[in-house]
Design a protein around this ligand. Structure first.
Ligand code: MLT
Length: 263
């Protein structure tokens, strides 16, 4: 597995295929294996890069909150390392927060955006408080309790009842996350800025994808982004929850490939 070093931390990534670069950013508290279903398919026609964001997967945990801007700068550093000037930037959930931060910081390096199961708004005060409690719990008890609490919210009820292998994979990703990395990401997400104003300034082709039954970043959030981003395309995936790229992988890949063919 390739690694690169940036600002004294080591970050892991996958690099599959060749051609135009498509960078896929995973959500919290997952890792780059979230994109396994995409790498094999999209990687046939494009160069698909999937980093483990700081504190996740095989990447190091850095001290302090993992701010979305820091994660976006890590992505830019990966591009520098691989001499990729610009790319399609995609992200699911927290990965979408990072993709928006990346666009704000480096708009000239973004060919197109893919925003999956994510939102532009900042956390509410209640949301911030909940994240602070979760960070304390994770640091004290590890990831198992949070995995049990999150799984029914992350996945469509049919996924939970009929696809034990997929449920196990999502659970394993959560358990693989280092508690300090998860706590840092929670602090980073709680501190993130509202990006609603940014949406109207986005001038690259944008695809918005959401699971019909996403309970964490619901369809209404995707519709709001679609309304504000000029010329964007919205695809709602049936029988999918928050992890729509795994739960409806075929439809997700089709939506992405159709979109990439036009940008
Ligand atoms: C994620 O999937 O990245 C998180 O659920 C996003 C969040 O907690 O806001």
């Amino acid at each position: 597995m390739p690694y690169f070093d940036f600002n004294n931390i080591r970050l892991a990534y996958d690099d599959v295929g060749s051609g135009r670069a498509v960078i896929q950013l995973h959500g919290y508290p997952f890792n780059r294996s979230l994109w396994n279903e995409q790498a094999g398919v999209i990687g046939k026609s494009y160069r698909v890069l999937a980093p483990d964001l700081r504190g996740h997967g095989d990447s190091d945990v850095a001290a302090g909150p993992a701010a979305m801007d820091l994660m976006a700068r890590d992505v830019a550093a990966l591009m520098n390392e691989l001499q990729i000037e610009h790319a399609v930037i995609g992200g699911l959930s927290m990965g979408g927060y990072v993709a928006l931060a990346f666009y704000r910081l480096f708009p000239e390096r973004v060919d197109a955006l893919i925003l999956a199961d994510t939102r532009a708004q900042a956390d509410t005060e209640e949301g911030k408080n909940l994240r602070a409690k979760q960070a304390v719990q994770i640091l004290a008890e590890g990831m198992a309790g949070i995995a049990d609490a999150m799984l029914p919210k992350l996945l469509h009820p049919e996924t939970v009842s009929k696809r034990p292998e997929l449920v196990r994979r999502v659970r394993d990703m959560i358990l693989y996350t280092k508690p300090a990395g998860a706590a840092a990401a929670l602090q980073g997400m709680a501190a993130r800025d509202d990006q609603t104003q940014l949406l109207e300034q986005i001038s690259v082709p944008s695809l918005i994808i959401v699971g019909r039954d996403d309970a964490i970043t619901p369809v209404a959030d995707a519709e709001m982004m679609n309304q504000k981003i000029k010329g964007s395309r919205l695809v709602v995936l049936e029988a999918a929850g928050h992890v729509s790229n795994m739960e409806a992988a075929e439809e997700f890949n089709r939506a992405v490939l159709d979109f990439l063919a036009t940008v």
